[in-house]
Design a protein around this ligand. Structure first.
Ligand code: C2E
Ligand code: CA
Ligand code: CA
Length: 413
């Protein structure tokens, strides 16, 4: 590439570097064997080569990873040129004795000289761009940009801070009351994690929980959440507060672990905590695969008295058959089904979910409830357990203690 850079400097031209990954090569190797995987690679390379000009360059830099260098005219022409080049490679299957095999590609692209003046920088920029591909097609292309680079740098920095957050004691738990809207009585609460650090301040769990899940940090964080929650519940019970069951959000990654049950039971064992005190919120996505294993885990904890709530119900998978197979206690209607009521929504989905829960004899709770109209509507359809800003935002453990003492809430308290 160095020669090309010199040449481009002399003639004032540009070129672009594409970092190309065959995303499903591992599946192909696993299903058909390495021989077939190797053949697919050879045929793929042939299909690219057929389309290249004399000055273009193609190299393999890893098992499923290639570099392609092509000349560059304009962003528009380059985008359509690369799209058409790679589409031609994947549109038709590779026909081998084992059958027809399709491949999928993720491609990050950088441009000389805008995105780097030396080889290393250009390859790095193209690799960074891959992080931003959207998984929506067989060929997914993303171009490097400064904003993207900043975003990735920020994410990397956040990840480094997240790795230290536990030892630096930067996490805390907050609690959002669950209330019976008929008599305003406190019936429970949801535990929500908070992370505060010197650099980013308060970071939303919507941002850092997925980051922890992607990077193998979630289990350590979840262990901390369970222990911290149990020690608080233990304390509340022992100082004579009238206990109310408090749920926590279980990451699907943790639920899917083979040792989930033993880990959970050993974490709670030092505390005076039972299934009457702590409930488990889990999203639908965690339940649909490997239903037998899921059922086993749920049944084991249910035998010990723990309850399961399905979080964000209705936003994920449409298959409802799992509801009949699994012994679920509560459906939690997602905020998205109530937030636009009454202005932009007639609440039909909240009504349908409540009806479904009733016919399956499962309890129902609605989250994200913010105003009186929503409360009245939910009451009219038979959903009386409410969580949302109408009653209270998530509060600190200390504040929640006071609410436990009082035992009821007034709107916007
Ligand atoms: P989620 O489990 O659906 O939690 C409900 C979210 O809605 C919370 O946001 C809560 O503060 C917010 N919320 C509640 N009532 C209202 C309302 O009336 N209006 C509005 N606008 N928002 C309301 P938060 O605390 O930012 O948590 C976001 C998500 O992060 C949670 O969604 C959950 O998926 C995840 N998360 C939070 N804490 C934990 C945790 O301890 N463990 C795991 N694995 N995930 C967590
Ligand atoms: Ca939740
Ligand atoms: Ca939710």
């Amino acid at each position: 590439m160095g020669v090309l850079i010199n040449e481009c400097n002399r003639s004032n031209c540009k070129f672009c570097v594409s970092s190309v990954i065959i995303t499903n090569l591992k599946e192909i190797n696993d299903s058909y064997g390495f021989d077939i995987g190797d053949k697919v690679i050879l045929l793929f390379v042939e299909r690219i080569r057929e389309q290249l000009n004399k000055m273009d360059f193609l190299g393999r830099i890893g098992d499923n990873h290639f570099l392609l260098i092509t000349n560059y005219n304009s962003f528009e022409s380059q985008t359509s040129k690369l799209k058409s080049l790679f589409n031609k490679c994947v549109q038709k299957p590779f026909i081998l004795r084992s059958g027809e095999i399709y491949i999928t590609l993720d491609i990050g692209v950088s441009i000389y000289p805008e995105n780097g003046r030396i080889v290393k920088d250009l390859i790095e920029a193209a690799s960074l761009a891959i992080h931003n591909v959207k998984n929506e097609d067989w060929v997914n292309i993303s171009f490097y940009s400064k904003e993207l680079s900043n975003m990735i740098k920020e994410k990397t920095m956040m990840l480094n801070l997240l790795k230290k957050a536990l030892t630096k004691q930067e996490f805390s738990l907050s609690f959002q009351p669950k209330v019976n809207s008929i008599d305003n009585r406190l019936v429970g609460a949801e535990t929500l994690i908070r992370w505060n650090n010197d650099v980013f301040g308060n970071v939303s769990p919507i941002v850092f929980i997925p980051l922890a899940e992607e990077n193998g940090l979630i289990n350590e964080i979840s262990k901390w959440i369970i222990c911290e929650l149990c020690s608080l519940v233990d304390r509340w019970k022992n100082i004579g507060l009238q206990y109310k069951p408090v749920s926590f959000n279980l990451s699907p990654i943790d639920f899917k672990r083979d040792d989930f049950i033993s880990q959970f039971l050993s974490l709670i064992s030092p505390f005076d905590v039972t299934g009457d005190d702590v409930e488990i919120e889990i999203t639908e996505g965690a339940l649909i695969n490997n239903i037998e294993a899921v059922k086993n885990k749920i049944d084991t904890l249910k035998e010990k008295g723990f309850k399961f709530l399905i979080d964000d119900f209705g936003t994920g998978y449409s298959s409802l058959s799992y509801l009949k197979k699994l012994d679920i206690d509560v459906l939690k209607i997602d905020r998205s089904f109530i937030k636009d009521y009454p202005e932009k929504s007639d609440g039909i989905i909240a009504r349908t979910i409540t009806g479904l829960a009733k016919s399956l004899q499962i309890d129902v709770i609605c989250e994200g409830v913010e105003n009186e109209e929503q409360i009245k509507f939910l009451r009219s359809i038979g959903c009386n357990t409410i969580q949302g800003y109408y009653y209270s935002k998530p509060v600190s453990a200390k504040e929640f203690e006071k609410i436990l003492q009082r035992g009821y809430l007034t709107p916007h308290s």
